[in-house]
Design a protein around this ligand. Structure first.
Ligand code: FE2
Ligand code: FE2
Length: 210
């Protein structure tokens, strides 16, 4: 596994950027399986690269990419228990969908345990799985980085998305490509499609093609 030496600068605009990334790695690692941790390191790196390309806060993006899946390996029953204990107001549709629920819970835990109040970081985590209509550039970068990071994701898929970004400089096209891929995969596996995914498709389709 790659050793990570970078630290978040105190000069960055993000409120938590003085937090030592090493400490966050130490907080995160025991929560995740080895593969999920590797995926998180990959997402951190891709988020940093895309953020630099699109002139958004690269250190903040790297931090968000790193911790986006912090709740991914919590057993579903435990997730439900945390939601109940904390009186979370989560729509039934989200509560019943473990794939999406880890993102909502991950945002909650980042706030509670790392004291992160930055709305863009929290929403980046919350919507990393589904995306949402009208994402900020920052949120799109987190959404895409999760899908194409280099450590555990399919290389052809990563290259296809990076080609779209490099050629068009249009993140909406890349988001649409990722959503299309997700929808195809859900259809092939006969799995339900969350309405948010449909909303995201409908929102980005005219923006990516128009
Ligand atoms: Fe995730
Ligand atoms: Fe992820």
């Amino acid at each position: 596994m790659r050793v990570f030496h970078a630290k978040i600068s105190r000069r960055s605009s993000s409120e938590r950027t003085d937090m030592d990334l090493e400490k966050i790695h130490a907080w995160l690692k025991p929560r995740l399986s080895e593969e999920r941790y590797l995926h998180s390191l990959g997402t951190e790196e891709t988020a940093r690269e895309l953020a630099s390309m699109f002139s958004v806060d690269a250190q903040k993006a790297a931090l968000t990419g790193l911790i986006h899946d912090n709740a991914k390996n919590i057993p579903y029953e435990e997730m439900l228990a945390v939601i109940k204990e904390n009186n979370f107001d989560i729509e039934e549709e989200i509560r019943n969908n473990k794939k999406i629920l880890h993102a909502y819970l991950g945002a909650y835990l980042a706030r509670k345990e790392l004291n992160i109040e930055d709305r863009e970081i929290l929403d980046g985590i919350k919507f990393h799985t589904t995306g949402k209509p009208d994402m900020s550039v920052f949120e799109k970068i987190i959404f895409i980085s999760d899908k194409i990071e280099a450590n555990t994701r399919d290389l052809d898929y990563r290259c296809a998305v990076l080609n779209i970004i490099n050629e068009s400089k249009n993140l909406d096209k890349a988001v649409l490509y990722c959503v299309e891929n997700t929808i195809k995969s859900l259809l092939e596996r006969k799995l339900p499609i969350n309405p948010i995914t449909i909303d995201v498709w409908n929102y980005y389709l005219p923006r990516a093609i128009g």
